[in-house]
Design a protein around this ligand. Sequence first.
Ligand SMILES: Cc1cc2nc3c(=O)[nH]c(=O)nc-3n(C[C@H](O)[C@H](O)[C@H](O)COP(=O)(O)OP(=O)(O)OC[C@H]3O[C@@H](n4cnc5c(N)ncnc54)[C@H](O)[C@@H]3O)c2cc1C
Ligand code: SF4
Length: 476
Amino acid sequence: MQNENLKPARKKIPRNKIAEQQPASRIKNFSEVELGFTTEQALLESERCLMCKKPKCTDGCPVEIDIKGFIELIKEKRFSEALEKIREKNTMPGICGRVCPQEDQCEKTCILGIKNEPVAIGKLERFLADYGIKNSKNNSQGDTGLKNNNSKKIKAAVIGAGPAGLTCAGELAKMGYAVTLFEALHKEGGVLVYGIPEFRLPKSIVEGEVEYVKSLGVEIKLNSIVGKTYTIDEILESGYSSIFIATGAGLPYFLGIPGENLNGVYSANEYLTRVNLMKGYLFPAWDTPVKKASIVSVIGGGNVALDSARTAKRLGAEKVYLIYRRSEVEMPGRIEEIKHAREEGIEMVFLTNPVEIKGENGWIKKITCIRMELGEPDESGRRRPVKIPGSEYDIDTGIAVIAIGQGANPVLTQTSPDIGLNKWGNIIADDIGKTNKKGVFAGGDIVTGAATVILAMGAGKVAARAMDNYMKTGVW
Ligand SMILES: Cc1cc2nc3c(=O)[nH]c(=O)nc-3n(C[C@H](O)[C@H](O)[C@H](O)COP(=O)(O)OP(=O)(O)OC[C@H]3O[C@@H](n4cnc5c(N)ncnc54)[C@H](O)[C@@H]3O)c2cc1C
Ligand code: SF4
């Protein structure tokens, strides 16, 4: 590909389309849907960048990646250096390149996007991360030489090995602290391993990022539920100078309607955990049963609902309904995921809300729904769904998956009543992660409520700097 010849016409180069598995074949497997840019595509896409004097793309990135800088290095085919440029700000490009909502962040503010389609920044980030994995000797995911560095004296603890905790632990280790990361589950990654399915985020990518954090010298204690195995005070008393709490939002919300306790009604959390973390999609080779049905109804309109619906399709459901109480415009799920779900035959049932789940012999059979219309905007700014009286009707279904949101996990906070919480049970922390308890910081979904991977990572990074300052100066 001769890029020089294309420069004068760069605005006319159409945005490169990423190769994907075709819908008819991909609904029969759990392999990744998107296949990534080829080198030629990445080079061509990099040519689309205007190399703006005052780029706006970085303003849209929560961790302030030098986007223009890494795209310039791609143009020069200096891929390892381009990856390093991203890693200066983001230690998990393989994950963010796949799951970040770029359309609401860097690509939304990209100047090319004013009159044209924005540069495919996320796909370029993913290209570099995949390049790094294929050529691992050439990038910082290799041996950092820091492992088991016994000269570290000051101990710091991190609770929860999701994106917030992993980022914070990695940053603290780089600064020279002896970091212990306590994780409740038997595997690291948080939502990245138990929630987001393999077909969107292969677990080998998450494992690679976890290995990088371990290579920095972080000690990870799995199967350690803080609040049960140890309390925050016990950790502080055992020589840790500071703690970062990143326990996420893992408590599923339910509809609170009759019939929700029938067999065959799952929270999305349980459904996805069985399939992803416990490898239920490989049953019986892996012995985690997941009920299958020819008709599945998923309630909700966000990424969690879309992941559940697309998972049900791959487990063999003929019909999968996605029942959402507002309209498509208000759906919080990523545009790309909505498109992929449609292509896979997920039937979107908008302006509809369940009012009762009906069953026979203890098992779900139908969901009674009521039709809704949109009223005035609510506190979220979206138009409020209002019931249309007398519009109830039944949807036959073999399984229902409730994906209407998650709240703060209370296990840790219940045993540390001196840590301040808001009315939803989220830890109250300031913008550098400081809680009301001396030495204790918090960030990610446990503070913000269910949000995004990049915001969780950003919170981990900011808190690591603040913890460093506290541990050096003792000033709270
Ligand atoms: C199905 C699904 C799909 C999503 N899709 C996207 C997407 O496409 N893009 C996007 O940006 N975001 C997405 N999100 C949101 C995103 O994954 C979260 O915002 C992000 O993972 C939050 O990171 P975190 O580190 O704060 O918490 P988590 O990822 O929840 O990690 C918290 C960790 O803490 C551990 N833990 C909890 N309690 C304890 C305890 N007491 N002791 C020790 N460990 C504990 C948990 O086991 C877990 O490993 C999705 C979420 C879900 C559920
Ligand atoms: S704003 Fe868009 S076009 Fe401008 S430097 Fe950033 S990515 Fe390139």
